[in-house]
Ligand binder design. Structure first.
Ligand SMILES: Nc1nc2c(c(=O)[nH]1)N[C@H]1C(S)=C(S)[C@@H](COP(=O)(O)O)O[C@H]1N2
Ligand SMILES: [Mo]
Length: 159
């Protein structure tokens, strides 16, 4: 009896695990995903971003998307040329929602406006409905690209 309860509980946890595993999957053009743990994400250089997008105001803090893309081999600055100009970044949410940005849009040497993957809002970790990670696009006037609950970031080439 106890054994079956324990087994059921374990099964339950295993089912819930993907939703609560706070890993961020990054996938480059080689289609080989790498997982970034919460600790690894926290150790990356962070930058603040104050926004007022469709009434969503606050001080976000997070990692520049370009910093994460560099880990999966995306070129930056002058190296971003030729076919790389048709590379796109797909940012996926846990609920299946997704938004796309051009790789060049995300490059700090191409555009001044920041694009970050936030893990904090006003000094606190993002609430579960938004986090643990949320895309924040400086300059956007609508909130549509602020993907909540980001679970995966993929680089894809458009042909
Ligand atoms: N994962 C996910 N992110 C999402 C959405 C969504 O449905 N799922 N809706 C988007 C839209 S259309 C808007 S306007 C904002 C709303 O964010 P807020 O609820 O924090 O104001 O989130 C964006 N991010
Ligand atoms: Mo929206």
């Amino acid at each position: 009896m106890i054994r079956s309860v324990i087994l059921a509980a374990a099964g339950c946890l295993a089912t819930l695990a993907p939703a609560y595993a706070q890993e961020l999957e990054l996938e480059g053009l080689d289609n080989r995903p790498i997982a970034l743990t919460r600790a690894e994400f926290a150790a990356l250089p962070h930058t603040g971003l104050k926004v007022d997008i469709e009434g969503k105001t606050g001080d976000f803090d997070g990692v520049e998307l370009a910093t994460m893309l560099a880990r999966i081999g995306a070129p930056t600055g002058k190296a971003l040329r030729g076919p790389e100009l048709r590379d796109v970044v797909v940012v996926m949410g846990r609920d299946g929602y997704a938004a796309v940005l051009a790789l060049a849009e995300v490059d700090p040497m191409v555009r001044r406006e920041k694009v970050i993957v936030a893990d904090e809002l006003d000094g606190r970790p993002l609430p579960a409905i938004e986090g643990p990670y949320r895309l924040v696009v400086e300059g956007d006037q609508r909130g549509a690209r602020m993907v909540r609950m980001v679970t995966a970031i993929q680089l894809r080439r458009v042909n």
